[in-house]
Design a protein around this ligand. Structure first.
Ligand SMILES: [Zn+2]
Length: 222
């Protein structure tokens, strides 16, 4: 396909499906990631929190207001077209916080095969987009082979045991000796990411960090 034709198709796609601000759904320019109003309200810095297993996690947004709404629309209301725009903010924060690290792979928190399809793969879609933006390979390293209860439906005291033993390594070789970044959509108590990190660590990566779009842990700021 000629470059000119490809350019015309891209332009047509933009005309039919214009890019939209993930925080208010206003139409935005093809090179923008938010409208000018929302852009002026974006937090200057992201947030650093920790998973339950002590792995550092960076997130561009708090799980609050328009950012919580954006992640809910992405996750439960089929606004898949927000994925690349929102992944841009994760990638920016990863660069800011882990800029000197050359990760070998980006991976994601897996979903159970039979889980609600609407909410399926949100972390995976974000992780793939972040990997593409940062030019890092995406690998599926974990499998969730047991169905457990939704973490957000459970009291805090039960969230730790609810995720224990539900994740398994897909293939140790994908992780062993690698610098690994794991991506999720939201970090709340940190037990889900924490459990995934415990499993990943068993395969002996040389480095393991995590990132998410939003954090519900308000008490730490980068
Ligand atoms: Zn906006």
């Amino acid at each position: 396909m000629s470059g000119k034709l490809l350019f015309s198709i891209c332009k047509l796609k933009y005309f039919v499906f214009p890019k939209r601000c993930p925080f208010c759904d206003a139409v935005i320019g093809n090179d923008d990631f938010a409208c000018s109003d929302c852009k002026s309200d974006l937090p200057e810095k992201g947030y650093v929190t920790y998973t339950s297993s002590g792995v550092r996690c960076v997130s561009p947004f708090l799980y609050d207001g328009v950012y919580a709404k954006a992640v809910r629309l992405l996750k439960f209301h089929n606004r898949k077209y927000y994925t690349d725009t929102l992944a841009h903010f994760i990638a920016k924060e990863v660069k800011r916080q882990y800029g000197n690290i050359q990760f070998d792979i980006i991976t994601s928190v897996p979903r159970y095969k039979g889980e609600n399809r609407k909410s399926q793969n949100c972390s995976k879609r974000l992780a793939i987009a972040v990997a593409r933006i940062l030019n890092i390979r995406y690998e599926e390293t974990l499998i969730k082979d047991k169905q457990n209860q939704k973490q957000h439906n459970l009291p805090k005291t039960m969230r730790k045991t609810n995720v224990q033993g539900v994740y398994k390594l897909k293939d140790e070789a994908l992780v062993k000796g690698k610098k690994v970044l794991i991506c999720d959509d939201i970090i709340t108590t940190g037990f889900t990411l924490g459990e995934c990190c415990i499993v990943l660590k068993s395969a002996k990566p040389t480095l393991l960090f995590s990132c998410s779009l939003c954090t519900a842990q308000k008490f730490r700021k980068a």
